[in-house]
Design a protein around this ligand. Structure first.
Ligand code: UD1
Length: 420
């Protein structure tokens, strides 16, 4: 099984382009199921998760493939979907595959999707997705590990008030509502940029949606949707990860290809830890000298500090001057990187939803285990500042969400390589 080896201690310098957003892509691929003509997505990152979603679309009967002649482009034609069932073997690998449920139910009046798997970061139910489908008139039942939803004819517009803030839940129900009869109002909707991008693409496809980016989204159902061409936005989490990597090595890095208005809370925290930032509309340069400063951070739904950037910030804070507190408010049990950071010499104590860190001057390389996608990114960031070699095992987690991470960090001067 592949490992990534990092020889810490090199100062990162230079420029790197971020890839397209994984999370946006997954939702947009699911949205292609709503159209009866071809959708083309550009700037798609080549990842285990994006390949996994293409597998699911094919299992449903769609044509879904990388375009050979064009870099980072996929084409999806869902006019041939014949089997609205997403099987366990494919769905268990990635929680976001549950996003096919809303589009299938809306377009075919029936969907059968295995209950999802994905990162083991706490209990991650889909009750809010199901609540939305039921409000729209779907009949939902659980059947031997599958969620089955049916509707006699079109779904019917309704008011859906989410009990909690859910990104994929908002996206799933928003997609279901596009082809419903009448108006749907989503209250307490997630405001993440990936919800906004999905709404934007659905509108291009012919949907009638307003309010995306606020906590109240209104969807007026239309007869049908058509395929479109769209360039996926840059990945704001990859951008933050690469900046953290530069900063922990006291380097000077410039990242390009991301809408920096989606990065504000991340950039604020990186400034708080002492980095000097220059920010353009699509690029950020971060220069750091000396050890990071200790900070307090609480993860929260957008526009708060993203939970997907928690492990990487924790890596930075593990070598900060002073004591920091990191509180995880989005997921339970998203501290699986802590024992691994401790193996590198980090001084971290967990208490409920908070981690208390006392910064140490140096980390030490060690073999560690990637436990989930963002945890593994945190370990790589930490390893860049550790003395000696760190071997990160189970890198398939990182391959789920980071495209050519070793090449990108290598291009900035990191000593990092993959071993088979
Ligand atoms: C998405 C992102 C993920 C990110 C997360 C939070 C994708 C593919 N993934 O995940 O990278 O970490 O947003 O920004 O876009 N919950 C329920 N019931 C539900 C749905 C969610 O209780 O029906 C809970 C979850 O367990 C979690 C919280 O709500 O505690 C937020 O989860 P949610 O926003 O739904 O995360 P995802 O959309 O799965």
């Amino acid at each position: 099984m592949d490992r990534i080896v990092v020889q810490g201690g090199t100062r990162l310098t230079g420029e790197v382009a971020v890839s397209g957003s994984k999370n946006s892509t997954l939702a947009l691929m699911a949205a292609a199921l709503l159209a009866d003509s071809e959708t083309v997505l550009q700037n798609v990152p080549k990842l285990r998760d994006t390949d996994g979603m293409l597998d699911i679309l094919r299992a449903l009967g769609a044509t879904a493939e990388w375009v050979e002649s064009e870099k980072s482009t996929v084409r999806i034609d869902a006019s041939t979907v014949s089997n609205p069932e997403a099987p366990y073997d494919l769905v268990r690998k990635m929680r976001a595959s549950f996003l096919v449920m809303g589009p299938l139910l809306a377009r075919f009046g029936t969907a059968r999707v295995s209950e999802p798997g994905g990162c083991a970061i706490g209990v991650r139910p889909v009750d809010q997705h199901l609540k939305g489908f039921e409000a729209l008139g779907g009949k939902v039942r659980l059947d031997h590990g599958y969620v089955e939803a049916t509707s006699a004819g079109r779904l019917l517009g309704a008011r859906v008030a989410f009990d909690i803030n859910t990104v994929n839940g908002t996206q799933n129900v928003m997609m279901a509502a596009t082809l419903a009869r009448g108006e749907t109002v989503l209250e307490n909707a997630a405001r993440e940029p990936e919800v906004v991008e999905l709404a934007h693409v659905l509108i291009k496809m012919g949907a009638d949606i307003s309010g995306a980016g606020s906590d109240r989204i209104v969807v007026r159902g239309v007869e049908d949707l058509r395929g479109v061409k769209h360039q996926v936005a840059g990945d704001r989490i990859e951008a933050g990860t690469l900046l953290a990597a530069g900063i922990i090595t006291q380097g000077d890095v410039r990242i390009t290809g991301v809408d920096t208005s989606t990065l504000e809370s991340t950039l604020d925290k990186l400034r708080d830890v002492g980095a000097e930032l220059e920010v353009g509309s699509t690029w950020v340069r971060a220069v750091a000298a000396g050890r990071p400063r200790a900070v307090r951070v609480v993860t929260a739904p957008f526009p708060g500090y993203p939970t997907d950037m928690q492990a990487q910030l924790m890596a930075l804070l593990s070598v900060a001057e002073g004591s920091s507190v990191v509180t995880e408010h989005v997921f339970e049990n998203r501290f699986m990187h802590v024992p691994e950071l401790q193996r590198l010499g980090a001084d971290i104590a967990l208490s409920g939803r908070s981690a208390h860190l006392r910064g140490v001057p140096r980390l030490m390389g060690a073999p560690v285990m990637a436990t989930d996608l963002r945890a593994s990114a945190g370990l790589i960031v930490a390893a860049l500042a550790a003395d000696g070699d760190t071997t990160v095992n189970r890198v398939y987690h990182i391959d789920r969400g980071y495209e050519r991470i070793e090449e990108k960090l290598g291009g900035l001067g990191a000593r990092i390589w993959r071993e088979g």
